[in-house]
Design a protein around this ligand. Structure first.
Ligand SMILES: Nc1nc2c(c(=O)[nH]1)N[C@H]1C(S)=C(S)[C@@H](COP(=O)(O)O)O[C@H]1N2
Ligand SMILES: [Mo]
Length: 353
């Protein structure tokens, strides 16, 4: 009697064709690349790397690209995994040392990618179900993800080159296209459902952009920040000090500038107040808030920002006195800065250098 051959499982579905893997992989690589570069920019801006004051919306755009490319990466990564999972059944498991290293780097890439996408998504939902400090972890793991991705690309470039060349195997090509189309469509839906957090004209169709609306979202309330404004509040500005009435009596400027939060949402608003350069003279300016010990209680305005005619100590938002949650009695608003650096409940301005 002849024993049946034990065969490896065969995966013939069009989604598992190497041409599909290459295409989805290329899209994913582009999305990851954009996400990495814009994330790096955001990290730099928050860590005193040189950054211009114009265009006023530049940070808003880089942050928007970060969120959109991150969201797009989720369905792309899932489609890519679906496309390649039969490789898990390939035998032998390890063919050679380079092969083992290549396989190993894929596990690192996968782990790091999932970590980045999941933490990023939770962050955009303003949800922190973990105990590590998000920016540091998200930033560190980004390097692992991009490093292992570059290794993966270097290894796979010959395959991608080969498979993206036009060839004629018409029979399966159509159904492969169907898988690619579904992937593209799912990615499009995911983007449209969330991009309204940063792109105003998409707001109406972005069902998941629940934090955005006609009024400016509040990142941290006065209550959460434990801010109590003393009755005799005065702004300290260098050697001088001003009451709220005195600030209101000074020349007022109105600007339209966005809050572009690192948590993903961006929204424009109209701000009225006193130019920072009218309150303190040249140099970098340390801005402190009434908040006692929040992480974002103080920032430093580089000189170019402090001197900018659009940089205000705002007293009004959309024509009305600032509400406690938006920073009463006054808050910083400067062009092209991440929201996290637009300090609320300001109590002092000090030239440091
Ligand atoms: N003092 C203080 N200022 C702060 C914060 C804070 O926690 N404390 N949060 C910042 C963040 S992360 C953002 S996005 C903006 C949001 O401003 P808004 O709540 O007025 O929209 O305020 C910034 N200013
Ligand atoms: Mo923010």
């Amino acid at each position: 009697m002849k024993l049946p051959d034990i065969k490896e499982p065969e995966f013939k579905a069009p989604a598992h064709h190497v041409g599909v893997t290459s295409r989805v992989g290329t899209w994913l690589g582009i999305a990851f690349g954009l996400c990495f570069v814009t994330g790096l920019i955001s990290h730099g801006v928050q860590h005193d790397w040189p950054w211009p004051t114009r265009p006023v919306n530049l940070y808003r755009i880089t942050q928007g690209v970060h969120v959109i490319s991150g969201v797009a990466s989720i369905p792309l990564l899932l489609a890519k995994l679906w496309s390649v999972y039969p490789k898990l059944f390939e035998r032998p498991l390890v063919k050679s040392v380079p092969h083992a290293l290549e396989r190993g780097s894929i596990f690192v890439l996968l782990g790091a990618s999932f970590f980045e996408l999941v933490t990023g998504l939770f962050n955009a939902a303003q949800n922190y179900p973990w105990s590590f400090y998000f920016p540091t972890a998200h930033y560190a793991v980004a390097w692992i993800a991009i490093g292992s991705m570059l290794v993966h690309i270097a290894v796979k470039i010959p395959v991608v080159r080969r498979t993206l060349e036009p060839r004629s195997e018409e029979r399966t090509v159509l159904s492969r296209r169907a898988f690619l189309r579904t992937t593209a469509l799912t990615t499009g839906v995911a983007v449209v459902a969330t991009a309204g957090v940063t792109v105003p004209w998409l707001r109406k169709v972005s069902v998941l952009a629940w934090r955005s609306g006609s009024t400016l979202p509040v990142n941290r309330t006065a209550k959460a920040a434990n801010v109590v404004v003393p009755a005799n509040w005065r702004l300290k500005a260098g050697d001088r000090s001003f009451s709220l009435a005195e600030l209101r009596a000074m020349p007022q400027t109105t600007v339209e500038l966005p809050i572009a939060c690192v948590e993903g949402w961006s929204q424009n608003a109209t701000w009225t107040g006193v130019r920072v350069r009218d309150l303190v003279s040249g140099g970098d300016v340390r801005v402190e808030s009434l908040e006692r010990d929040g992480l974002y209680r103080a920032t430093t305005l580089p000189e170019a920002f402090a001197q900018d005619p659009l940089t205000l100590l705002a007293l009004e938002l959309d024509g009305e006195e600032l509400s406690p949650d938006h920073g009463f009695p006054c808050r910083l608003i400067a062009p092209n800065r991440p929201g996290v650096l637009q300090t609320k409940w300001v109590t002092s301005l000090e030239v440091t250098a």
